[in-house]
Design a protein around this ligand. Structure first.
Ligand code: IPD
Ligand code: CA
Ligand code: CA
Ligand code: CA
Length: 269
């Protein structure tokens, strides 16, 4: 796709995500309808669904032939496929509210995330920190926070915090607990999108979690200019299909992480 066409898609993505954020702010004090999905702590609200429908409709109107991979199931009035394989063709990847539990319980620390991939290659990533009103966006070459280009200075582990998934941290999956002892501490914010913007703001060194493609699609595009990789815990590529244990970390730190993993595997023996 030409640079100009991609630029138009990026502008549309930013506009739709901003509009989604405005919509959520307008409904922030509403009583929401909450539905359980797979279990009691896997929730969706009417606002997740409304944002998903709104964003997809906006993209479909401009790009009727593009595909979608979105978190929530399609409703009857929006019934075509929203679970397209990210590796196949021009695919928009949407997480309408990332941090639904935070949204329900705290009305804080949630994000709208939209990415665009061509045959599995990330071309556009957009994350809105809804409450703070900050829009992070990029094309894989450069990333911006609102109108300012982001520059990231990597700090040593011992001067940094880690973003973690609490289950993985507690159970020392991938040597994460061991690794944390050589940092200033860990933070578990409950929204992958907010963890990604914390990396981009230089607040955390990296992020370890158990995520689905819509949780990491935009973040991995936004981190690409800084030589971060979004990979499985052993450094191998993600399959972009189901939920996987993963990390987004500076590429030049993979060997150090592997060392921690080897040491913690030794201890388990
Ligand atoms: C969840 C959040 C959370 C992460 C979960 C995700 P959702 O997304 O990003 O931080 O730990 O794995 O499912 O369901 O609120 O969009
Ligand atoms: Ca969810
Ligand atoms: Ca999510
Ligand atoms: Ca979500």
């Amino acid at each position: 796709m030409s640079e100009i066409s991609l630029k138009l898609k990026l502008e549309l993505a930013k506009k739709l995500v901003r509009e989604a954020g405005d919509f959520l702010l307008a409904h922030l004090t509403d009583t929401v309808e909450i539905t359980e999905k797979s279990r009691f702590d896997d929730l969706v609200t009417n606002l997740d669904k409304a944002v998903q429908m709104q964003v997809i409709a906006g993209i479909r109107a401009a790009y009727p032939d593009d595909y979608f991979l979105a978190e929530e199931d399609a409703d009857s009035d929006n019934s075509s496929d929203v679970k397209h394989d990210i590796l196949d063709g021009n695919v928009w990847v949407l997480d309408p509210i990332d941090g639904t539990t935070n949204f329900i319980v705290q009305r804080d620390d949630f994000a709208v995330m939209l990415a665009y991939y061509e045959n599995g290659i990330g071309k556009i990533g957009v994350i809105l920190d809804v409450i703070r009103g900050n829009l992070y966006w990029g094309d894989g070459q450069k990333s911006y926070k609102n109108d300012r280009q982001i520059s990231l200075v990597q700090k040593p582990l011992r001067e940094s915090l880690l973003g973690v998934n609490t289950y993985m941290y507690r159970t020392n999956v991938g040597g994460l607990l061991d690794l944390s002892f050589d940092t200033l501490g860990v933070r578990a914010v409950g929204s992958a999108g907010i963890d990604y913007v914390h990396i981009l703001d230089g607040k955390i060194w990296g992020y370890f979690s158990n995520l689905s493609p819509w949780d990491y699609a935009a973040g991995s595009v936004l981190l690409a200019p800084f030589d971060f990789v979004t990979v499985q815990l052993d450094g191998s590529p993600l399959d972009f299909k189901g939920r996987q244990m993963m990390m987004s970390v500076p590429k030049n730190q993979l060997a150090i992480i592997a060392d921690y993993q080897a040491k913690s595997n030794e201890k388990k023996k």
